[in-house]
Design a protein around this ligand. Structure first.
Ligand SMILES: [Zn+2]
Length: 345
């Protein structure tokens, strides 16, 4: 089968479209999916340079997000039948350990992500457990279905289970143009919170305003902390969503009110930050890490998409042969929403 693969760790020039052996159904719960579209995440970009907990076999099929048509099912393959239109939850958990039973699947000791720890979705065929599939909501296109899960699931867990964002609270979302930012914005609006968003691009801020951002700040030309203070009577945001890392860390804390929650799911500009513990305890801040989401949370976001309350923003779609171009666009930070790779037309 054709797939977009990484031939070795090293960078975007190690991406190749080529033939790899197709996967096969091995267990009773396995489902074979013919992929229509895959979608990129920041994780895919990191993966090309190597990640500490991922030791892939090369050539490694890339891609975490995807959607397609069920081709075959193991003898107990859940509710799925050949021909079903499905989107994929790329986080695989055992479903039986104490962490999984408590709805903390991302803390499962066997947790793995397609495209990182396992072969990915940028291939004509993928095999995965029945529990990792959801029905594509009515009216959702293949690119949208492919681009929906990872960022929406991650942002959903960040703002609900982790930061417990409440109606009326103010939330600062850095870098709204990316997939996480667009998903976090929609979720904040859905929860009745007041989103203040930032971007370096006025066009991206316009899209965010159309999606319900209360305040849009261009972080290249304006002082984000001052804007947050102005909008919150000097007190700061209840919640800050930061996936940027080193470049925004200091301002994230400065923008946070006393008793506020800072939730982190990425470190695009670098992983090492410093913290004055006296400020942490005096202001009674909560600093929360978050990643991916549980099977239950996956079911919740798919249901909300079915009600048209959450919907992915698609930047662009490229054919499999030009998959590397989508990576380059992400590396340059040009995208608004999701970059999609069409695997099978
Ligand atoms: Zn588990």
């Amino acid at each position: 089968m054709r797939a977009l693969t990484l031939t070795e760790i090293g960078g975007l020039d190690r991406l190749r479209v080529g033939e790899v052996p197709p996967p096969a159904i091995r267990g009773p719960d396995d489902v074979l999916v013919r992929i229509r579209c895959a979608a990129l995440n920041r994780l895919d970009l990191w993966m090309t340079g190597g990640l500490p907990n991922a030791t892939p076999t090369f050539p490694h099929v890339v891609g975490s997000d995807g959607a397609g048509v069920v081709e075959a099912v193991g003898h107990s393959g859940g509710p799925w039948r050949p021909g079903d239109r499905v989107l994929i939850n790329p986080g695989l958990s055992c479903g039986r350990c104490p962490a999984c039973e408590e709805g903390e699947d991302p803390l499962c000791s066997r947790y793995g992500i397609l495209g990182e720890h396992l072969p990915g979705t940028a291939a004509e065929l993928v095999v995965l457990p029945a529990a990792n599939l959801g029905q594509v909501p009515e009216g959702m296109s293949w690119p949208e279905a492919a681009g929906f899960t990872l960022v929406t699931l991650t942002a959903w867990r960040m703002l609900t289970r982790r930061a417990r964002l409440q109606p009326g609270e103010t939330v600062l979302i850095w870098g709204v143009g990316g997939g996480i930012g667009m998903a976090a914005l929609q979720i904040a609006v859905l929860l009745g919170a007041r989103p203040i968003v930032t971007s370096g691009s006025d066009a991206k801020l316009e899209t965010a305003t159309r999606l319900g951002a209360s305040v849009a700040v261009n972080h290249t030309s304006a002082d984000v902390v001052a804007a947050v203070r102005r909008e919150t009577a000097g007190r700061g945001a209840h919640v800050v969503v930061d996936c940027v890392g080193e470049a925004t860390w200091t301002d994230s804390l400065r923008a946070l009110r006393r008793g506020g929650r800072l939730v982190v799911c990425g470190a695009t500009t670098g992983p090492s930050v410093s913290l004055d513990l006296r400020r942490l305890f005096w202001h009674q801040w909560s600093i929360l890490g978050s990643t991916m989401g549980s099977r239950k949370e996956f079911a919740e976001i798919v249901r909300l998409a079915g009600e048209r309350k959450l919907w992915p923003v698609i930047d662009s779609v490229v054919p499999l042969a030009q998959g590397a171009a989508a990576y380059q666009r992400m590396q340059r930070g040009e995208q608004t929403g999701k970059l999609v790779i069409e695997v099978s037309p």
